[in-house]
Design a protein around this ligand. Structure first.
Ligand code: NAD
Ligand code: 6OD
Length: 486
């Protein structure tokens, strides 16, 4: 059986306690690896290694050399693409069509973009007139914050981890990563890549384990970790905020969502159906940006529901390595049970099940996998729990609406504010509605089209701060203003 170790100070290492935990392949439901279970002492070991690198070779390395190394990390991920794919697919069960187009290439792209950005970016400066007529010059420099704790979820493991690690390292920090306990493999593999390209020992560290009373909490509470960057559930974000308060750590949170998609009557309906098929069911609905609430103009409601249903029923589940597979399993048995409980709840709340609403029974090697059918509901009240709570599975509820004002109100009636997808051919409406949606990102006639220079993050309970482009570099830096009086 495969063993997945911690990565501390440039080497693969067992946990101090020698304990391990099981790692399941969600497509087969079978244990495929044992993972080293980190301890509080392992977290401290990783933090001390990160501190040493920060004040040593990494801290002293010229910016250009640092950025060049990060570009090499990107190249090496590309070169070892097959191994990354294998690791990510074993951990998540996601289809190769998805992992090879999104997860692994974005892992590499994250390093390229932030290395390029840092090299290209200048800084602010201001000339100030003074009473003596001589003036003063202000200029701003960028310094690393220190050791950054990076706490990650399981849905896009390499993509979301490197989305934080790459800008943190580009800005000169060192990191200790706590991957999700469900998806440890690619984080350790990235350690090998760091070493191969010559990133100094201690710059990138990985400690595997759980959240509460485990590695996650130990990292958050470690006095020498200066900032925590976290992606995960809103409730976990609240715990982290409380337990990091004593040390006033800098925090960046990317949290949950219950995102609306709105299809107006003038929309190109086939594009809207294809887009909503992706936005509701991509990655088995396990993307924080997925549309779990779909609002459709009453005049096209029946047609839209019928078209989405027939497309959803064509989604193929099965062997993640088959290019014909278009949807994978949920991440774990526990998550499958959670989604199944919402199938039951939806019926109790009066939903009409248009399609799905049950576990998917596969055969052969995949008969124990955590598959569920893509599910569409109609007929629920806007106050139903299935319409209010983030489910994080391949599910959506479709509600008809009569006018723009009404649908904006429904779309905004949520504790979350991560993103929205609008489908319309009326350009004025596109701008008018976008400006009234309380969410960090609005996509019009598309969904999850990413440009890594743009701000990414949520309003309300969906997050704290923005990452992406200069927003990431600013979060991962201390900006210092220097004022020189002439
Ligand atoms: P989660 O909050 O359960 O776990 C995320 C990470 O936090 C894991 O590594 C976990 O071990 C750790 N953790 C848990 N409790 C902790 C604690 N008390 N202290 C420190 N660390 C702790 O989330 P998940 O189930 O892995 O991911 C799914 C959730 O993530 C969904 O809510 C989804 O919307 C959200 N998400 C948001 C974004 C975004 O960009 N906004 C992206 C991906 C996922
Ligand atoms: O694409 C990204 O940069 C990003 N942060 C995606 C988040 C997806 C949530 O599951």
């Amino acid at each position: 059986m495969k063993t997945i170790n911690l990565w501390i100070n440039g080497e693969s290492t067992a946990s101090g306690s020698k304990e391990t935990f099981e790692n399941f392949n969600p497509a087969t439901g079978q244990v495929y690896a044992q993972v080293a279970l980190g301890t509080k002492d392992d977290v401290d070991r990783a933090v001390q290694a990160a501190k040493k690198a920060l004040h040593g070779p990494w801290g002293k390395m010229p910016l250009r050399a640092r950025c060049d190394l990060l570009s090499r990390v990107a190249d090496r991920i590309d070169e070892r693409r097959e191994e990354f794919l294998k690791a990510e697919i074993a951990d998540t069960g996601k289809p190769i069509g998805l992992a090879s187009k999104i997860d692994i290439p974005r892992g590499a792209a994250n390093f390229r973009i932030f290395s390029d950005m840092l090299k290209a970016h200048g800084s602010e400066s201001f000339w100030q007139d003074t009473d003596d007529g001589l003036g003063a010059m202000h200029y701003v420099t960028r310094e690393p914050i220190g050791v950054i704790g990076v706490i990650c979820p399981w849905n896009l493991p390499l993509l979301l981890m490197t989305w934080k690690v790459a800008p943190a390292l580009a800005a000169g920090n060192t990191v200790v990563v706590k991957p999700s306990e469900e998806t440890p493999a690619t984080a350790t593999l990235l350690g090998e890549v760091m070493r191969e390209v010559g990133v100094p020992d201690g710059v990138y560290n990985v400690v595997h384990g759980f959240g509460k009373d485990s590695v996650g909490e130990a990292l958050v509470q470690h006095p020498e970790v200066s900032a925590i960057t976290f992606t995960g559930e809103t409730t976990t974000g609240k715990h982290i905020m409380k337990s990091s308060a004593n040390h006033l750590k800098k925090l960046s949170f990317e949290l949950g969502g219950k995102n609306p998609a709105i299809i107006f009557e003038e929309a190109d309906i086939d594009r809207a159906v294809a887009g909503t098929l992706r936005s509701a069911f991509a990655n088995c609905g396990q993307v924080c940006l997925c549309s779990e609430r779909v609002y459709v103009a009453r005049s096209i409601f029946d047609t839209f529901v019928e078209k989405l249903k027939s497309q959803a029923e064509l989604i193929a589940m099965g062997d993640p390595w088959a290019t014909t597979t278009t949807m994978g399993p949920l991440i774990s048995k526990t998550h499958q049970q959670k989604v199944e409980s919402y199938f039951k709840l939806a019926k109790e709340e009066g939903a009409q099940v248009i399609t799905g609403g049950e576990l998917a029974k596969l055969e052969g090697d995949f008969d124990q996998g955590y598959f569920v059918k893509p599910t569409i509901w109609t007929g629920l009240s806007e106050q139903a729990r299935c319409v209010k709570e983030e489910i994080f599975g391949p599910v959506c509820h479709i509600q008809p609406f009569d006018d723009e004002e009404e649908v904006i109100k429904m779309a905004n009636d949520t504790e979350y504010g991560l993103c929205a997808a609008l489908w319309t051919q009326d350009v004025s409406r596109a701008h008018r509605v976008s400006s009234q949606i309380r969410a960090g990102m609005v996509w019009v006639n598309t969904w999850y089209l990413r440009d890594l220079r743009t701000p990414f993050g949520g309003m309300k309970a969906s997050g704290l701060g923005r990452e992406g482009g200069i927003h990431s570099l600013n979060f991962y830096s201390e900006l210092k203003n220097i004022c020189v009086k002439l």
